[in-house]
Design a protein around this ligand. Sequence first.
Ligand SMILES: [Zn+2]
Length: 220
Amino acid sequence: MKCENGIWEFDLSDKSSEWWEETPETQILIQKVGEFDTYNIFSDMTFQEGSLTEKMIKCHIIRDGKGYESIIDLPPELSMFDYTMFRFSVEPLEECEGRYDIWSQRLTVTPENINNDSIILHEMIHLHESVLMALPIYYHEAVMYCLYSELSKKIPNLNYIIETSAHIYNCEDMAQIGGLHDMLFLLKSFDIDLRFGCALGTTYGYDMKEQIKKTGNKAV
Ligand SMILES: [Zn+2]
């Protein structure tokens, strides 16, 4: 990924040839990412068929008096999306358990967290958000809207949780200790928690789980 004149450019090239030079621990990480891929957890973030966001790219076309269902052409960052566009590594990190580096398109977890699904999924949200960053902001907003409208049916008091965590004071605080975690990130982490039957805040990490417990909120 590079940024020129304020425009992010995503590197679509296949990096899987680099994977084979990685350590056995990294091979395990790559395998785990592949397993999560088979569950279609992130299909909404790439606007795939059957996902929550599919409705945002579907069109009804009328031609010669006849109606047709169609979908709009997606940019290559989404239509060609594949984890082979990324690098992976397992190595010690300073003061964090996982990291996604947008410049090298590399997802890293520490050796102690190679089997920690929450950490891997947390970093995978960062990975997918980086793809959306290279696109016009309406892609990001479409994903956020679809997640919000779905989760608001399942999480009572979702607005209160968002208002608290998206408060600028909290965002600035979080940015200093753990980087950018925006509203889309928060919603996607809740979506993953619900899919896996985990307590809300598990995938987000930090002290989100404890904060949510204080609100007395439970998913329904
Ligand atoms: Zn993070």
